[in-house]
Write a protein that binds this ligand. Sequence first.
Ligand code: 2AM
Length: 272
Amino acid sequence: FQHWEPIIPLYFGWFLNEADSHMLKLVGMAYLEECLRVPEFAKDFHSFAHASDIRGMLDYYLMPESCKGRMLHCTSKFCSFGDVPGSFEYTSSKNVLEGCGQCYKLCIVGFVMTPRTFGARVKLDAEELKLWDQESESQLSTSPGVSSGVRHLVHSSTHQNLTVINSMRESPWYPHCHATLVSSEELEQSFQPTKGKGSRAHITLGCAEGIAAVTTGYDLLDVIECEETPDIASRCRTFSLPRGWLRDYGKSRWVLYMCREITVSSLFTGYY
Ligand code: 2AM
């Protein structure tokens, strides 16, 4: 008989490969730049970023200290080396033992921008949800200062990724993107790509200086709460952009809903 003890990591998650990490950072920046062409967004962004030009605004979000120099990832369970309740059970569960080292496709359905964080919203599939064990909506009330605050496959080759970005830039609308304010009659479409279990899933793309990465999930939960408010569509400004819809939830909380999802490749494992 051998006694087996799992080594509990700082966190488990889906880690993007180098090419897809690079690509998603570029795509995120391209979308942010597109949003900054909407005067209402640019004005609000300027009010907290205090940058004098678009370049300065794009530099507002930085990679938090805990994520610097690493591949982008989507945290599935934060364990803090075993300090978080349930870490042992999670680490030794069949799903996690079998999932480690496996590849998963992550589906990006939008972006959330606040004065604190910039995150890509992830829609987990049924297999991925089996590995999901993050605190849910109930945790929101204890998170600090929350209120202040068609499928497109992108291949895993850097060359192809750069082609995607370049073709975005070269498309005729890109330098002259004109957003139109969507009328309330046009807002029949549901603007809630994720809800319930796993809706906090995200990839942190950047945070304001001094803000910890964990805040991105709290900002996403805050936005999801807004999305669930009855008649929210009639009370928010929504702008139609060439590649999606940009909605202002107030208090400098903006969400970009993409018309075409982006899929990235990832490896599920622990970070030790
Ligand atoms: P993130 O998943 O929102 O990016 C290392 O700090 C990683 O673990 C970060 O990616 C971070 O946030 C996540 N993390 C840090 N503290 C956390 C917590 N208390 N709960 C959940 N995730 C946390």
